[in-house]
Design a protein around this ligand. Structure first.
Ligand SMILES: C[S@@+](CC[C@H](N)C(=O)[O-])C[C@H]1O[C@@H](n2cnc3c(N)ncnc32)[C@H](O)[C@@H]1O
Length: 266
């Protein structure tokens, strides 16, 4: 079972306890379990928990304004948007992740009495393999526009696997499909401020593998012209939660996380 999925679930549980929470995820604490909270403490560098809260809220808003008839959480982990969010009538939600995680999550959600607010299909798949067959078998229709969410995933894949995945999403997508998610900067991989955190992730067998300082160019080269790229703290991605002024683009030596949306041209 993915330790990083438990970590981000714990971060959502921590956010949920705040009086000024950016969202409420009532299932996160139970899904994270003690291991999730241990990981959250182990990886809690300055800005990390704030960023995870901002990322969740920002992507919640992307879902609210860009939901397509089909929404796919690519590497859904222990995400509970199917329960937390209100979905337009007729939305079909697909959740992709490793089979062991999907099996565990389905069992645990049933034990917790989770009530999904849209039609939902959880699909076990390796995203570095021929995953789209499994998605089609679950009912996903390539002729219908899709919102793909790649949240907390791309930097855990080798760069060539991340590129192959995004190119595959582009080639499968009907015009008007949207991609949303996050990337880390190459600066995050080489900054002195992340050295210890990266070493811990590596030691735990879940290393961050790459980043890019040119997120829009990277997305474009994968077939996804960027509509929006935001750093936490910038307009629309602050929520009064980011503790520092946003870094000027191109700053060297500091870790950065990019939030993005991109749209397949009609
Ligand atoms: C940091 S978690 C993020 C989960 C979720 N999107 C969130 O934000 O809480 C990364 C997720 O990617 C999944 N993952 C990583 N590599 C994968 C692969 N090759 N195939 C399927 N899932 C993968 C892990 O199982 C894990 O659930």
């Amino acid at each position: 079972m993915s330790a990083t999925a438990r970590w981000t679930a714990a971060a959502r549980a921590v956010e949920t306890r705040r009086a000024d929470a950016l969202f409420t995820d009532e299932l996160a604490e139970a899904l994270a379990g003690p291991e999730g909270f241990a990981r959250w403490e182990r990886y809690d560098n300055p800005g990390t928990t704030e960023f995870l809260a901002i990322r969740t809220r920002w992507l919640d808003e992307v879902v609210a304004r860009s939901a397509r008839p089909q929404v796919v959480l690519v590497a859904a982990g222990l995400d509970t948007r199917s329960v937390r969010l209100r979905w337009p009538d007729g939305t079909v939600l697909y959740e992709l992740d490793h089979s062991d995680l999907v099996e565990w999550k389905e069992k645990r959600l049933a034990e917790l009495g989770a009530r999904h607010r849209c039609e939902r299909h959880a699909v076990g798949a390796d995203l570095t393999g021929p995953w789209d067959e499994s998605l089609r078998a679950a009912g996903w229709d390539p002729s219908v526009p899709t919102l793909w969410i790649v949240e907390g995933l791309l930097f855990y894949l080798a760069e060539r696997d991340a590129r192959t995945l995004l190119e595959r999403l582009a080639s499968l997508s009907a015009p008007g499909s949207v991609l949303a998610g996050d990337l880390i900067a190459h600066q995050s991989m080489i900054s002195e401020f992340t050295r210890e955190g990266l070493a811990r992730l590596r030691a735990d067998g879940c290393p961050w593998l790459w980043g890019t300082d040119r997120p829009a160019e990277f997305l474009d080269s994968c077939g996804w012209p960027a509509s929006e790229v935001r750093l936490p703290g910038e307009d629309g991605a602050s929520y009064y939660r980011w503790p520092w002024p946003p870094l000027p683009r191109g700053t060297l030596g500091f870790p950065m996380n990019y939030l993005f949306t991109a749209t397949r041209p009609a």
